[in-house]
Design a protein around this ligand. Sequence first.
Ligand code: AMP
Ligand code: MG
Length: 359
Amino acid sequence: MPRARVVRVDPIRPSEEVLEEAAGVLRSGGLVAFPTETVYGLGADAFNSEAVLKVFRVKRRPLDNPLIVHVSSLDMLHQVAVDVPDWVVRALSNAWPGPLTVVLKRRADLPAVVSGGLGTVAVRCPAHPVALKLIEALGRPVAAPSANLAGRPSPTRAEHVVEDLGDEIDLIIDAGETFFGVESTVVDLVSPRPQILRPGPVGPEELEKVFGFQFYLTPLTRGFSTYIETPPSPGMKYRHYAPSKKLVLVEKGSCGFSSYLDFLIDLLRSYSAESPALLATRETIDEIGMKLGADIAYIALGSRENLFEVAKNLYSSLRSLDKLDKISIAFSESIEEKGLGLAIMNRLRKASSERLVCK
Ligand code: AMP
Ligand code: MG
Protein backbone atom coordinates (compact mmCIF):
# COMPACT_ATOMS: atom_id res chain seq x y z
CA MET A 1 0.00 0.00 0.00
CA PRO A 2 1.45 3.38 -0.98
CA ARG A 3 1.65 5.95 1.78
CA ALA A 4 0.13 8.80 -0.24
CA ARG A 5 -3.57 9.51 0.12
CA VAL A 6 -5.04 9.87 -3.37
CA VAL A 7 -8.08 12.14 -3.43
CA ARG A 8 -10.18 12.40 -6.53
CA VAL A 9 -11.61 15.85 -7.36
CA ASP A 10 -13.58 17.40 -10.20
CA PRO A 11 -11.04 19.16 -12.50
CA ILE A 12 -13.28 22.20 -13.02
CA ARG A 13 -14.94 22.49 -9.60
CA PRO A 14 -12.57 20.85 -7.12
CA SER A 15 -13.82 20.37 -3.56
CA GLU A 16 -12.88 23.32 -1.31
CA GLU A 17 -12.38 20.91 1.55
CA VAL A 18 -9.71 18.97 -0.35
CA LEU A 19 -7.98 22.19 -1.43
CA GLU A 20 -7.94 23.43 2.19
CA GLU A 21 -6.50 20.10 3.33
CA ALA A 22 -3.83 20.28 0.61
CA ALA A 23 -2.96 23.89 1.47
CA GLY A 24 -2.63 22.75 5.11
CA VAL A 25 -0.13 20.06 4.08
CA LEU A 26 1.91 22.67 2.17
CA ARG A 27 1.70 25.14 5.08
CA SER A 28 3.15 22.56 7.44
CA GLY A 29 6.09 21.82 5.12
CA GLY A 30 4.61 18.75 3.38
CA LEU A 31 4.48 17.90 -0.33
CA VAL A 32 1.34 17.69 -2.47
CA ALA A 33 1.10 16.37 -6.03
CA PHE A 34 -1.50 18.25 -8.07
CA PRO A 35 -2.60 18.51 -11.70
CA THR A 36 -1.73 21.43 -13.96
CA GLU A 37 -2.81 21.84 -17.60
CA THR A 38 0.63 20.46 -18.67
CA VAL A 39 1.61 17.58 -16.35
CA TYR A 40 1.21 16.75 -12.62
CA GLY A 41 3.42 18.87 -10.35
CA LEU A 42 5.00 18.09 -6.98
CA GLY A 43 4.36 21.16 -4.86
CA ALA A 44 6.07 22.68 -1.84
CA ASP A 45 5.78 26.11 -0.20
CA ALA A 46 8.40 28.03 -2.23
CA PHE A 47 9.50 30.02 0.84
CA ASN A 48 10.10 26.93 2.99
CA SER A 49 13.61 25.76 2.06
CA GLU A 50 13.28 22.51 3.99
CA ALA A 51 10.15 21.57 2.06
CA VAL A 52 11.85 22.56 -1.19
CA LEU A 53 14.86 20.39 -0.35
CA LYS A 54 12.45 17.52 0.31
CA VAL A 55 11.19 17.91 -3.29
CA PHE A 56 14.74 17.45 -4.61
CA ARG A 57 15.28 14.48 -2.27
CA VAL A 58 12.13 12.51 -3.09
CA LYS A 59 12.47 13.11 -6.83
CA ARG A 60 16.23 12.33 -6.66
CA ARG A 61 16.70 15.51 -8.66
CA PRO A 62 20.17 17.05 -8.94
CA LEU A 63 20.31 20.14 -6.68
CA ASP A 64 21.55 22.32 -9.54
CA ASN A 65 18.37 21.75 -11.59
CA PRO A 66 16.06 24.61 -10.52
CA LEU A 67 12.32 24.32 -9.88
CA ILE A 68 9.56 26.37 -11.46
CA VAL A 69 7.66 28.59 -9.01
CA HIS A 70 3.90 28.66 -9.56
CA VAL A 71 1.82 31.75 -8.79
CA SER A 72 -1.93 32.32 -8.92
CA SER A 73 -1.82 35.91 -10.24
CA LEU A 74 0.39 38.41 -11.96
CA ASP A 75 0.64 40.31 -8.64
CA MET A 76 2.11 37.27 -6.92
CA LEU A 77 4.95 37.27 -9.47
CA HIS A 78 6.50 40.18 -7.56
CA GLN A 79 6.84 38.00 -4.43
CA VAL A 80 9.51 35.94 -6.23
CA ALA A 81 10.98 38.15 -8.99
CA VAL A 82 12.50 41.68 -9.02
CA ASP A 83 13.20 44.30 -11.67
CA VAL A 84 10.42 42.94 -13.85
CA PRO A 85 10.22 45.26 -16.88
CA ASP A 86 6.83 46.75 -17.80
CA TRP A 87 6.88 45.05 -21.22
CA VAL A 88 7.11 41.67 -19.43
CA VAL A 89 4.15 42.50 -17.19
CA ARG A 90 2.13 43.59 -20.24
CA ALA A 91 2.98 40.42 -22.17
CA LEU A 92 2.19 38.16 -19.22
CA SER A 93 -1.14 39.87 -18.65
CA ASN A 94 -2.10 38.35 -22.03
CA ALA A 95 -0.31 35.01 -21.80
CA TRP A 96 -1.21 34.00 -18.20
CA PRO A 97 -2.71 31.87 -16.88
CA GLY A 98 -1.21 29.32 -19.25
CA PRO A 99 1.65 26.94 -20.08
CA LEU A 100 4.34 29.65 -20.33
CA THR A 101 7.23 29.87 -17.83
CA VAL A 102 9.46 32.96 -17.76
CA VAL A 103 12.94 33.22 -16.28
CA LEU A 104 13.43 36.53 -14.46
CA LYS A 105 15.68 38.02 -11.74
CA ARG A 106 15.11 36.21 -8.41
CA ARG A 107 14.07 38.18 -5.33
CA ALA A 108 16.77 37.81 -2.69
CA ASP A 109 14.36 36.53 -0.03
CA LEU A 110 13.21 33.59 -2.16
CA PRO A 111 15.39 30.66 -0.99
CA ALA A 112 18.25 30.17 -3.48
CA VAL A 113 17.75 26.39 -3.33
CA VAL A 114 14.54 26.84 -5.38
CA SER A 115 16.68 28.14 -8.25
CA GLY A 116 19.51 25.66 -7.84
CA GLY A 117 21.65 28.56 -6.60
CA LEU A 118 21.07 30.79 -9.63
CA GLY A 119 20.27 34.49 -9.37
CA THR A 120 17.22 33.94 -11.57
CA VAL A 121 13.83 32.33 -11.01
CA ALA A 122 11.48 30.52 -13.38
CA VAL A 123 7.83 31.51 -12.79
CA ARG A 124 4.51 30.49 -14.24
CA CYS A 125 0.80 30.97 -13.53
CA PRO A 126 -0.93 27.67 -14.42
CA ALA A 127 -4.38 27.63 -16.02
CA HIS A 128 -5.69 24.45 -14.36
CA PRO A 129 -8.44 25.33 -11.83
CA VAL A 130 -7.06 22.84 -9.26
CA ALA A 131 -3.54 24.30 -9.45
CA LEU A 132 -4.78 27.90 -9.33
CA LYS A 133 -7.13 27.28 -6.41
CA LEU A 134 -4.51 25.37 -4.46
CA ILE A 135 -2.04 28.28 -4.73
CA GLU A 136 -4.83 30.71 -3.82
CA ALA A 137 -5.76 28.59 -0.79
CA LEU A 138 -2.13 28.66 0.39
CA GLY A 139 -1.83 32.37 -0.45
CA ARG A 140 1.84 31.96 -1.39
CA PRO A 141 3.88 30.81 -4.39
CA VAL A 142 4.32 27.05 -4.81
CA ALA A 143 7.58 25.54 -6.11
CA ALA A 144 6.64 22.57 -8.26
CA PRO A 145 8.63 20.46 -10.69
CA SER A 146 6.95 17.58 -12.50
CA ALA A 147 5.85 14.88 -10.02
CA ASN A 148 8.04 12.06 -11.36
CA LEU A 149 11.35 10.53 -10.32
CA ALA A 150 14.16 12.50 -12.01
CA GLY A 151 14.80 11.18 -15.52
CA ARG A 152 11.48 9.32 -15.80
CA PRO A 153 8.63 10.40 -18.09
CA SER A 154 6.53 13.18 -16.55
CA PRO A 155 3.18 12.15 -15.03
CA THR A 156 0.03 12.93 -16.97
CA ARG A 157 -2.22 10.89 -14.66
CA ALA A 158 -2.32 10.49 -10.87
CA GLU A 159 -1.46 6.76 -11.27
CA HIS A 160 1.92 7.79 -12.71
CA VAL A 161 2.61 9.85 -9.57
CA VAL A 162 1.66 6.86 -7.40
CA GLU A 163 4.07 4.66 -9.42
CA ASP A 164 7.03 7.00 -8.92
CA LEU A 165 6.42 8.77 -5.60
CA GLY A 166 3.50 7.02 -3.89
CA ASP A 167 5.64 5.97 -0.93
CA GLU A 168 7.33 9.33 -0.48
CA ILE A 169 4.62 11.98 -0.30
CA ASP A 170 1.44 12.57 1.70
CA LEU A 171 -1.22 13.70 -0.72
CA ILE A 172 -2.00 13.34 -4.42
CA ILE A 173 -4.88 15.34 -5.88
CA ASP A 174 -6.29 13.30 -8.76
CA ALA A 175 -8.26 15.29 -11.35
CA GLY A 176 -7.84 12.87 -14.24
CA GLU A 177 -5.60 13.21 -17.26
CA THR A 178 -3.79 16.51 -17.81
CA PHE A 179 -4.64 18.57 -20.89
CA PHE A 180 -1.42 19.18 -22.86
CA GLY A 181 0.69 16.25 -21.66
CA VAL A 182 4.04 18.03 -22.20
CA GLU A 183 5.63 20.54 -19.83
CA SER A 184 5.36 24.33 -20.16
CA THR A 185 7.37 26.41 -22.62
CA VAL A 186 10.29 28.03 -20.75
CA VAL A 187 11.76 31.32 -22.01
CA ASP A 188 14.71 33.32 -20.74
CA LEU A 189 13.88 37.03 -20.34
CA VAL A 190 17.00 38.14 -18.48
CA SER A 191 19.87 37.44 -20.82
CA PRO A 192 20.47 39.95 -23.65
CA ARG A 193 19.55 37.21 -26.16
CA PRO A 194 15.95 36.11 -25.46
CA GLN A 195 15.93 32.35 -25.86
CA ILE A 196 13.49 29.45 -25.73
CA LEU A 197 14.99 27.22 -23.05
CA ARG A 198 12.39 24.47 -23.40
CA PRO A 199 9.83 24.20 -26.21
CA GLY A 200 6.29 23.53 -25.03
CA PRO A 201 2.63 24.21 -25.77
CA VAL A 202 3.27 27.91 -26.52
CA GLY A 203 5.15 27.74 -29.83
CA PRO A 204 7.63 30.24 -31.36
CA GLU A 205 4.93 31.99 -33.43
CA GLU A 206 2.69 32.50 -30.39
CA LEU A 207 5.65 33.76 -28.37
CA GLU A 208 6.36 36.33 -31.05
CA LYS A 209 2.74 37.49 -30.87
CA VAL A 210 2.86 37.74 -27.07
CA PHE A 211 6.23 39.55 -26.78
CA GLY A 212 6.53 41.27 -30.15
CA PHE A 213 9.96 39.80 -30.98
CA GLN A 214 11.47 36.49 -32.02
CA PHE A 215 13.12 34.13 -29.55
CA TYR A 216 16.27 32.16 -30.36
CA LEU A 217 15.89 28.44 -30.74
CA THR A 218 19.17 26.53 -30.45
CA PRO A 219 20.03 22.87 -31.19
CA LEU A 220 20.20 22.38 -27.41
CA THR A 221 16.62 23.66 -27.12
CA ARG A 222 15.54 21.21 -29.79
CA GLY A 223 16.82 18.39 -27.58
CA PHE A 224 20.19 17.64 -29.19
CA SER A 225 22.51 16.76 -26.38
CA THR A 226 25.60 18.77 -27.25
CA TYR A 227 27.25 18.47 -23.86
CA ILE A 228 28.18 21.75 -22.21
CA GLU A 229 28.90 22.09 -18.52
CA THR A 230 26.94 25.30 -18.00
CA PRO A 231 24.01 25.41 -20.44
CA PRO A 232 21.61 28.39 -20.29
CA SER A 233 19.16 26.15 -18.42
CA PRO A 234 20.60 23.47 -16.11
CA GLY A 235 17.89 20.96 -17.09
CA MET A 236 19.30 20.86 -20.62
CA LYS A 237 22.28 18.77 -19.58
CA TYR A 238 20.29 15.89 -18.11
CA ARG A 239 18.75 12.97 -19.97
CA HIS A 240 15.04 13.20 -19.33
CA TYR A 241 11.67 11.63 -19.79
CA ALA A 242 13.29 8.27 -20.41
CA PRO A 243 11.73 4.81 -20.30
CA SER A 244 14.02 2.14 -18.86
CA LYS A 245 13.91 0.13 -22.11
CA LYS A 246 16.29 1.01 -24.94
CA LEU A 247 14.58 3.59 -27.14
CA VAL A 248 15.92 4.46 -30.60
CA LEU A 249 14.55 7.63 -32.16
CA VAL A 250 14.46 7.29 -35.93
CA GLU A 251 14.69 10.81 -37.35
CA LYS A 252 13.31 11.47 -40.80
CA GLY A 253 16.31 13.60 -41.77
CA SER A 254 16.34 14.48 -45.44
CA CYS A 255 14.49 11.32 -46.55
CA GLY A 256 11.23 11.50 -48.45
CA PHE A 257 8.31 10.09 -46.45
CA SER A 258 8.01 6.76 -48.27
CA SER A 259 11.77 6.09 -48.02
CA TYR A 260 11.49 6.94 -44.32
CA LEU A 261 8.73 4.35 -43.86
CA ASP A 262 10.85 1.78 -45.75
CA PHE A 263 13.79 2.63 -43.48
CA LEU A 264 11.58 1.97 -40.41
CA ILE A 265 10.37 -1.32 -41.91
CA ASP A 266 13.94 -2.50 -42.65
CA LEU A 267 15.01 -1.64 -39.12
CA LEU A 268 12.10 -3.47 -37.51
CA ARG A 269 12.70 -6.51 -39.73
CA SER A 270 16.37 -6.65 -38.84
CA TYR A 271 15.52 -6.58 -35.12
CA SER A 272 12.67 -9.11 -35.37
CA ALA A 273 14.50 -11.66 -33.18
CA GLU A 274 14.32 -9.18 -30.29
CA SER A 275 10.53 -8.65 -30.67
CA PRO A 276 10.84 -4.88 -31.01
CA ALA A 277 8.18 -2.27 -30.30
CA LEU A 278 7.25 0.65 -32.54
CA LEU A 279 6.06 3.95 -31.10
CA ALA A 280 4.38 5.79 -33.95
CA THR A 281 1.38 7.71 -35.21
CA ARG A 282 -1.75 5.72 -36.03
CA GLU A 283 -1.31 6.36 -39.75
CA THR A 284 2.26 5.01 -39.75
CA ILE A 285 1.22 1.94 -37.74
CA ASP A 286 -1.54 1.27 -40.28
CA GLU A 287 0.85 1.59 -43.21
CA ILE A 288 3.75 -0.34 -41.70
CA GLY A 289 1.60 -2.90 -39.91
CA MET A 290 0.20 -4.17 -43.21
CA LYS A 291 3.71 -5.00 -44.39
CA LEU A 292 5.15 -6.29 -41.13
CA GLY A 293 2.32 -8.14 -39.45
CA ALA A 294 1.81 -8.93 -35.80
CA ASP A 295 5.31 -9.72 -34.51
CA ILE A 296 5.83 -6.13 -33.49
CA ALA A 297 4.35 -4.43 -30.40
CA TYR A 298 2.71 -1.27 -31.71
CA ILE A 299 2.14 1.73 -29.45
CA ALA A 300 0.00 4.41 -31.08
CA LEU A 301 0.85 8.00 -30.14
CA GLY A 302 -2.20 9.48 -31.85
CA SER A 303 -2.91 10.92 -35.26
CA ARG A 304 -0.26 12.63 -37.41
CA GLU A 305 -2.96 15.23 -38.09
CA ASN A 306 -3.48 16.03 -34.40
CA LEU A 307 -0.28 16.81 -32.51
CA PHE A 308 -2.29 17.69 -29.40
CA GLU A 309 -3.23 14.04 -29.21
CA VAL A 310 0.38 12.92 -29.75
CA ALA A 311 1.65 15.28 -27.01
CA LYS A 312 -1.06 14.13 -24.63
CA ASN A 313 -0.25 10.43 -25.12
CA LEU A 314 3.53 10.75 -25.27
CA TYR A 315 4.52 10.13 -21.65
CA SER A 316 1.98 7.41 -20.92
CA SER A 317 3.22 5.67 -24.10
CA LEU A 318 6.81 5.87 -22.86
CA ARG A 319 5.71 4.47 -19.50
CA SER A 320 3.74 1.67 -21.17
CA LEU A 321 6.93 0.55 -22.98
CA ASP A 322 8.41 -0.46 -19.66
CA LYS A 323 5.42 -2.67 -18.96
CA LEU A 324 5.86 -4.76 -22.13
CA ASP A 325 7.82 -7.72 -20.73
CA LYS A 326 8.84 -9.35 -23.96
CA ILE A 327 10.45 -6.42 -25.70
CA SER A 328 13.94 -5.08 -25.02
CA ILE A 329 14.17 -2.43 -27.73
CA ALA A 330 11.76 0.14 -29.13
CA PHE A 331 11.92 2.41 -32.15
CA SER A 332 10.12 5.72 -32.33
CA GLU A 333 8.90 7.58 -35.36
CA SER A 334 9.85 11.26 -35.53
CA ILE A 335 7.34 14.09 -35.81
CA GLU A 336 7.58 17.22 -37.94
CA GLU A 337 9.10 20.03 -35.85
CA LYS A 338 6.28 22.51 -36.31
CA GLY A 339 4.06 23.96 -33.56
CA LEU A 340 3.71 21.35 -30.81
CA GLY A 341 5.98 19.07 -32.89
CA LEU A 342 8.94 21.09 -31.58
CA ALA A 343 8.11 20.15 -27.98
CA ILE A 344 7.37 16.53 -28.91
CA MET A 345 10.71 16.11 -30.71
CA ASN A 346 12.62 17.77 -27.85
CA ARG A 347 11.10 15.24 -25.41
CA LEU A 348 11.72 12.27 -27.76
CA ARG A 349 15.36 13.26 -28.28
CA LYS A 350 15.85 13.54 -24.53
CA ALA A 351 14.04 10.26 -23.87
CA SER A 352 15.93 8.20 -26.43
CA SER A 353 19.14 6.34 -25.75
CA GLU A 354 20.13 6.43 -29.44
CA ARG A 355 19.20 8.35 -32.57
CA LEU A 356 19.32 7.23 -36.15
CA VAL A 357 18.85 9.59 -39.07
CA CYS A 358 17.36 8.52 -42.41
CA LYS A 359 19.57 9.98 -45.15
P1 AMP B 1 10.42 20.76 -14.40
O1 AMP B 1 10.36 21.40 -13.08
O2 AMP B 1 10.65 19.30 -14.34
O3 AMP B 1 9.27 21.15 -15.27
O4 AMP B 1 11.71 21.40 -15.07
C1 AMP B 1 11.89 22.79 -15.02
C2 AMP B 1 12.82 23.21 -16.13
O5 AMP B 1 12.99 24.64 -16.06
C3 AMP B 1 14.21 22.59 -16.01
O6 AMP B 1 14.65 22.23 -17.29
C4 AMP B 1 15.04 23.72 -15.43
O7 AMP B 1 16.39 23.62 -15.80
C5 AMP B 1 14.36 24.96 -16.03
N1 AMP B 1 14.57 26.11 -15.13
C6 AMP B 1 13.99 26.32 -13.93
N2 AMP B 1 14.47 27.45 -13.37
C7 AMP B 1 15.35 27.99 -14.24
C8 AMP B 1 16.18 29.15 -14.22
N3 AMP B 1 16.18 29.98 -13.19
N4 AMP B 1 16.98 29.37 -15.29
C9 AMP B 1 16.97 28.53 -16.35
N5 AMP B 1 16.22 27.40 -16.41
C10 AMP B 1 15.41 27.13 -15.37
MG1 MG C 1 10.48 17.41 -14.95
